[in-house]
Design a protein around this ligand. Structure first.
Ligand SMILES: Cc1cc2nc3c(=O)[nH]c(=O)nc-3n(C[C@H](O)[C@H](O)[C@H](O)COP(=O)(O)OP(=O)(O)OC[C@H]3O[C@@H](n4cnc5c(N)ncnc54)[C@H](O)[C@@H]3O)c2cc1C
Length: 437
């Protein structure tokens, strides 16, 4: 999972081998393999100053071209870990390229926790907040909502520092940065006291239960995920992650579903070896909140992903609309997941000022078919104000996207301030964010 470009040398390294450079899923070959590994903020600044066009690259887990470049990359993944906890402020400042899976055990050991994690711990902090990466939990904002400070290099090489305290709304503007504002070097995250969690999985909950009990299901845990392939009238697996100090969900039957008697994988055919421990065994927050363990391949590894955010009040209608597509989408799916995310104040977050649910699709790696199905899914979800995940596959037109982001023009102005010549832009941003392609 580690980027294969880490220099054993102390200085920054430039990769220009003939091999191509791909994203994690392998569905995308980037437009260049020119990658500079910065080992320090100073090196990153020099690189930004040196090049007319450059793109920061994280752990390469996006499925679309948001991270792509035809020119060159700079990466801070693998830069020395420099984790500074401010106990009085309950915050931690990290190098932007650190992975949640590297940071979390350290925090736990020191008595702290993050409020939320994605399904996998393998991703970098800068890359995750760029795309509003989220976990689940109706009271939990996405991962970016924990950011209380940022340090980044603007296009002219200047070091910009923003904090919640000092900059307020400007920080809200910059956190879900889409890779468009600068090269992030440091990120400060809110902490809370560490806690233990358990997770229970329930099998085969009749879909009809969602009609009357959706709120109850979402409120049953700190983080709740529903997995199905939409081909039967039931939710195959309901994962309920609870704080160990909350009343336990340990009941054999729940809303027509039965408690699993062994650990399961969200893709039922796959071994649960790669998954975090279930069956009510208590463990640290970072070993229960993600579905997948660090050190193992998350999900299937051979897949495509798409995901849509729907305002919470439209949740059940949107879910039922997708259920009606079951026969069409089911054969092409490995699994599909429904999660809940709390509203935030981050301008480019799909949950800006509204609680959401997400409907996620882990597709088989068959782009010819998936590319035909995405417009169908998007058409069905359109009446429910669906917007796509910034880091996953979608076909929605930029004019449609624009309708969902009331702060888009302000974000464009901010990007213009930090990057007037478009040093950090790429074709994805030109098309979907700046409307110039
Ligand atoms: C198996 C799997 C499971 C996933 N599960 C979830 C999930 O549970 N929830 C969810 O929301 N998403 C999920 N995702 C999507 C993923 O978390 C996001 O796409 C995330 O952005 C990936 O982070 P990254 O570091 O790999 O970013 P990259 O793909 O490397 O880059 C993403 C963006 O961040 C920018 N960027 C990266 N580093 C910097 C930096 N230092 N400075 C400035 N810009 C930077 C890039 O330019 C680009 O715009 C999953 C993906 C996979 C492959």
């Amino acid at each position: 999972m580690t980027a294969p470009f880490l220099s054993p040398l102390a200085g920054c390294s430039t990769e220009s081998k003939a091999e191509t450079l791909k994203n994690w899923a392998g569905n995308l070959t980037y437009g260049t393999n020119q990658l500079d590994q910065a080992e320090s903020v100073q090196q990153a600044r020099e690189l930004v100053k040196k090049y007319d066009k450059v793109k920061a690259l994280g752990t390469r887990h996006c499925f679309n071209k948001i991270a792509d470049s035809d020119d060159r990359f700079v990466s801070l993944v693998g830069a020395p870990e420099d984790i500074v906890i401010a106990v009085d402020r309950k915050s931690v400042t990290v190098n932007s390229g650190i992975k949640y899976g590297e940071l979390s055990p350290f925090l736990h050991e020191k008595g702290f926790a993050l409020h939320n994690l994605a399904s996998l711990p393998h991703i970098s902090v800068a890359g995750a907040i760029a795309t509003a990466t989220h976990g689940s939990g109706e009271k939990n904002g996405n991962l970016a909502s924990a950011v209380s400070g940022l340090e980044m290099i603007s296009a002219n090489g200047e070091l910009i520092q923003l904090s919640r305290e000092k900059d307020g709304e400007k920080l809200n503007a910059a956190v879900v940065h889409l890779g468009a504002l600068g090269v992030l070097t440091k990120v400060t995250l809110d902490l809370q006291p560490t806690f233990l969690m358990t997770q229970y999985v329930y099998e085969n909950m009749p879909l009809v239960q969602l009609q009357d009990h959706f709120d109850e299901i979402q409120a049953s845990g700190y983080s709740v995920s529903l997995f199905t392939n939409w081909q039967s009238q039931s939710i195959a697996e309901v994962w309920v992650k609870q704080r160990a100090d909350a009343p336990s969900m340990n009941q054999k039957e729940w809303l027509g579903a039965t408690l699993a008697t062994k650990n399961l994988h969200p893709i039922p055919e796959l071994s649960a070896e790669n998954c975090t421990t279930q069956m009510g065994v208590s463990g640290p927050w970072y070993e229960r909140m993600p579905h997948f363990k660090m050190g193992f391949t998350p999900s299937s590894g051979d897949e495509l992903q798409a995901e849509y955010f729907v305002p919470r009040q439209n949740a059940v209608d949107a879910i039922m609309a997708i259920a009606r597509l079951g026969d069409q989408v089911g054969p092409y799916l490995l699994t599909s997941e429904v999660r809940a995310i709390a509203a935030d104040e981050l301008w480019m977050s799909p949950c800006y000022q509204q609680d959401c649910i997400t409907i996620h699709f882990t597709w088989k790696p068959d782009w010819a078919s998936v590319s035909k199905l995405l417009p169908i899914v998007e058409r069905e979800l359109a009446p429910y104000n669906a917007r796509p995940h910034w880091g996953k596959l979608f076909t929605m037109a930029p004019t449609e996207l624009e309708k969902h982001y009331p702060k888009l023009n302000d974000f464009r102005n901010l990007a213009q301030e930090y990057d007037p010549q478009g040093k950090f832009r790429n074709a994805f941003l030109d098309k979907n964010v700046f409307g110039t392609a």
